[in-house]
Write a protein that binds this ligand. Structure first.
Ligand code: ADP
Ligand code: MG
Length: 376
């Protein structure tokens, strides 16, 4: 709740203070009284005021001296002042010195209406400034909040990027090892066979046998090259389209993991750009890898369907589920977040639902770029 604006009344005469207090009851303010310039200064250091009504003639520190101190201090520099004085002529000159802040004066004997009207003007000014300040504070808070969430998103993005780089490096390492182990050995063996053939004079029959063996080795090498290529990017994806590639991947998963994989794939032609196609395919691969590595499932269901302008892939397993603490920890679910990122980059979305009875990954992407009105 907002506090009432406070008005400071400074006068060395108690009777004047009481009279002013009574008069100011007509406006919604809290009146604070000070019977000397020194007392007023002490109050101003502790609290802030919407306005000060200052008697000019006071013993020790007079009204102008007090105003001088108030204008010289940051906290009170902008506080509006109304001087209360019996005679104006001599002080008018001094008043000019305080033009930097809002300053006014009122003559004694005080005309109630004039005083209340002047106080009203300053109060309105004060309330407007307070309102502005509140808006400013709110804006600052909003900016701080946005900055914090941007920084958080930035950090998460960097972590994700690091993870993706690591995965890419691991993948490269795996490919390099496969090529070295599988292809390197086979080719070295073939080279040795050819050198041996060059060095040794063989009769026709022996030569035919050696060439037959070499042919077998070359055929093996061709199969291995095919395997490696398929591992990198299944040709079925480009040759037969996404539904066929998804079905192939599900079958491969069943063969390699031994976990039955039920497939419900709408085989109707889905024409999507290469990015969306590969995104959906990689999401299936990553989901199935997760099932194989983590789920201990006895069954997986993969479904793929088109609904209007969207395609939807669902991978359901009946395994142990993903623990909640992993789902909420951005550093422990990089693979899942990578999948989400793939879907989002293509204008789509990814949902993970999990319970101790299993996990469901749902990835949806639009078939083509959607305008703002078409988005959901
Ligand atoms: N289908 C699933 N069933 C059970 N747990 C899963 C499944 N998928 C993911 N998880 C859990 O969520 C974690 C995060 O998965 P992911 O982000 O793919 O990272 P990673 O597979 O590299 O550990 C896994 O380590 C695993 O504990
Ligand atoms: Mg994973």
């Amino acid at each position: 709740m907002n506090r009432l604006p406070r008005i400071l009344v400074v006068d060395d005469r108690h009777a004047n203070l009481i009279a002013m207090q009574r008069l100011l009851k007509k406006v919604p303010v809290q009146v604070v009284l000070a019977q000397s310039g020194e007392a007023a200064l002490a109050l101003c250091m502790r609290d802030s005021f919407a306005l000060a009504l200052i008697d000019v003639h006071m013993p020790n520190m007079d009204g102008f001296e007090l105003a001088g101190y108030l204008r010289g201090t940051d906290k009170t520099r902008k506080m509006p002042l109304i001087f209360v004085t019996a005679s104006l002529t001599e002080e008018l000159h001094s008043l000019r010195g305080y033009q930097s802040g809002a300053v006014d004066y009122i003559l004694k004997p005080i005309d109630d209406r004039i005083l209340l009207s002047k106080v009203g003007v300053f109060l309105e000014l004060y309330n407007t400034q307070e309102e502005l300040q509140r808006h400013r504070d709110h804006l600052f808070a909003l900016v701080a909040e946005r900055t914090a969430s941007l920084e958080k998103a930035h950090t998460e993005l960097r972590t994700l990027n690091r993870y993706l780089n690591r995965v890419r490096e691991e993948e490269r390492g795996h490919i390099a090892r496969t090529i070295h182990d599988e292809m390197g050995n086979t080719l070295a063996h073939q080279k040795m066979t050819i050198e041996w053939l060059q060095l040794n004079r063989l009769d026709h029959e022996q030569l035919q046998r050696e060439l037959e063996s070499l042919k077998c080795q070359v055929e093996n090498a061709i199969v291995k090259v095919r395997d490696i290529t398929r591992m990198l990017r299944p040709p079925i994806l480009d040759q037969c389209g996404l539904p066929a590639a998804l079905e192939w991947q599900a079958t491969e998963f069943e063969k390699s993991s031994g976990v039955p994989c039920l497939v419900d794939i709408e085989s109707a032609e889905v024409v999507m750009d290469a990015d969306r196609t590969i995104a959906m395919f990689r999401i299936l691969q990553e989901s199935l890898t997760n099932v194989a590595l983590h789920a201990q499932a006895s069954e997986v269901r993969v479904s793929f369907s088109r609904m209007g302008d969207w395609v939807r892939l669902i991978v359901d397993d009946n395994g142990c589920g993903i623990p909640d603490e992993i789902l909420i920890d951005p550093h422990r679910n990089m693979g899942l977040r990578g999948m989400e990122e793939r879907a989002c980059q293509n204008g789509g979305e990814l949902h993970v639902e999990s319970s101790p009875a299993g996990t469901r990954i749902t990835a949806s992407v639009p078939v083509h770029d959607l305008g703002a009105g078409e988005r959901r």
